[in-house]
Design a protein around this ligand. Structure first.
Ligand code: ADP
Ligand code: MG
Length: 417
């Protein structure tokens, strides 16, 4: 692994790069620059849509958008949105003059869904041209989708002046993903992208939507993300199937959400229950317990306990929830085989599964050794070079620039006063 891959560039550097891209394309500086982070979930997987607990952090990788009002010569209608993304070939174009519906290209539905959500709240969304660039890898379980939605929401807020409370904004983005992209996602990704605090993990109770900040700022600990490069497709139905199984299991156990079921309740029902549903429910119930236990262990600095909870989570996702894959198992095993003697605290798959990334907690002075070991053996076993990067708990979405000379044009109500 080269040093360049290892360190992500700072947000200002990324923003400056994107502003230059916008200028090169449109011959003027962007009026707005917004950024929303991806996230890595330390523990609490497939618990969010069960009303349970999750413990993610925002990463220092962002979906960033540079945008400006439509000008004559752009070749774009006054009430149109025209976006290009560095990560895709097909640009996105739609009119904000009529009710927004799903359409092509598929990636644009994350954007369309958010704009539609603001329109439902009465926002009159002006046309704009935008350049999107994301350093959150797509489909890797680091929530490039929520980063894109939340960046879009930040942009709509700037261009319309209609600002939402953080929770409302996250829920609007979640709805956009559910209704426009067809992914029945939980609330974790959007919550953390909107509200994350730097140097902290976010404990989120997905039923009450109450968040609690868990300090995570030790210089001695590093968060190493390893990407298998195996890609899932959340729209292929396996995610929706898990969600449905959880709902069926909850009904069987007589609870509204699996979060409310206890292990003894589940054990008592075991013989009457479909064995697959039993396993799915066991994962969710135990994962909630592990997540709360990890919060306590972090507060006490009990890293051995954090590690065993992470391995326990991975095993449960592999065996009971069946969302892991050979490549994820391999990366976790490689980290685990080094163990605490070589500075490894713990490792697990992160995100929805079926590919994507693992998260490994490593003591800082062992990072090089651990990543070299994982890279070498992964390459030998799979023939694929995994992508590894270090990250740290970062803050939530932000507006990096908004040029106010255009204000009167974009806030017609200000013209009236
Ligand atoms: P994850 O959120 O884990 O990255 P998802 O399947 O939920 O995976 O979301 C990935 C999808 O989000 C991509 O297939 C694409 O449609 C959209 N997307 C995310 N970032 C971008 C981007 N920078 N440009 C275009 N589309 C993007
Ligand atoms: Mg996603």
């Amino acid at each position: 692994m080269t040093h360049r891959e290892f360190k992500s560039t700072g947000i200002e550097e990324q923003a400056a790069f994107l502003a230059r891209q916008f200028e090169a394309r449109y011959g003027r500086a962007p009026t707005w620059l917004v950024a929303a982070p991806g996230r890595v979930n330390v523990i609490g997987e497939h618990t969010d849509y069960n009303g349970g607990f999750v413990l993610p952090m925002a990463i220092d990788r962002y979906a960033m958008v540079a945008a400006g009002p439509v000008e004559a010569g752009d070749g774009v209608g006054e009430r149109e949105w025209f976006w290009v993304s560095e990560q895709t070939l097909e640009p996105l174009r739609f009119s904000t003059d009529e009710p927004i519906r799903q359409g092509l290209p598929a990636w644009g539905n994350y954007v369309r869904g958010v704009v539609a959500g603001f329109q439902d709240r009465g926002a009159r969304v002006p046309g704009l041209v935008a350049v999107l660039r994301s350093t959150v890898p797509m489909g890797a379980g680091l929530s490039s989708s929520a980063a894109l939605e939340v960046a879009t929401a930040m942009l709509v807020e700037e261009t319309t002046g209609l600002r939402l409370e953080p929770v409302e904004k996250a829920l609007l983005c979640q709805r956009a993903e559910q209704e426009f992209a067809g992914v029945p996602c939980g609330i974790m990704d959007q919550f953390v992208s909107v509200m994350a605090e730097a140097d902290a993990l976010m404990l989120l109770d997905c039923r009450s939507r109450v968040t609690e900040s868990v300090r995570f700022d030790s210089e001695d600990l590093a968060v190493l993300v390893a990407d298998t490069l195996v890609r899932h497709a959340l729209t292929d139905g396996s995610y929706a199937a898990r969600r449905e199984q959880c709902e069926t299991a909850a009904r069987f156990l007589g609870v509204g959400l699996l979060r409310e079921a206890t292990l003894s309740q589940l054990e008592e029902a075991r013989l009457r229950m479909d064995p697959v549903l039993f396993k799915r429910a066991r994962h969710v119930i135990m994962e909630d317990q592990r997540t709360l236990a990890v919060v306590e262990s972090i507060r006490y600095g009990d890293w051995a306990a954090v590690g065993s909870a992470m391995y326990g989570s991975h095993e449960s996702l592999r065996v009971d929830f069946e969302v892991s894959c050979r490549e994820l198992d391999l990366l976790v095993d490689l980290a685990r085989s080094l163990g605490p003697e070589h500075g490894v605290v713990g490792a697990r798959m992160t995100g929805g599964g079926f590919g994507g990334c693992t998260v490994t907690l490593v003591h800082t002075n062992s990072v090089e050794e651990v990543s070299a070991h994982m890279t070498r053996h992964y390459r030998e076993e799979t023939g694929v070079e995994p992508v590894m990067f270090l990250t740290r708990p970062s803050g939530g979405a932000q507006v990096l620039r908004t040029v106010t000379e255009n204000r009167s044009r974009y806030f017609p109500e200000l013209n009236r006063s």
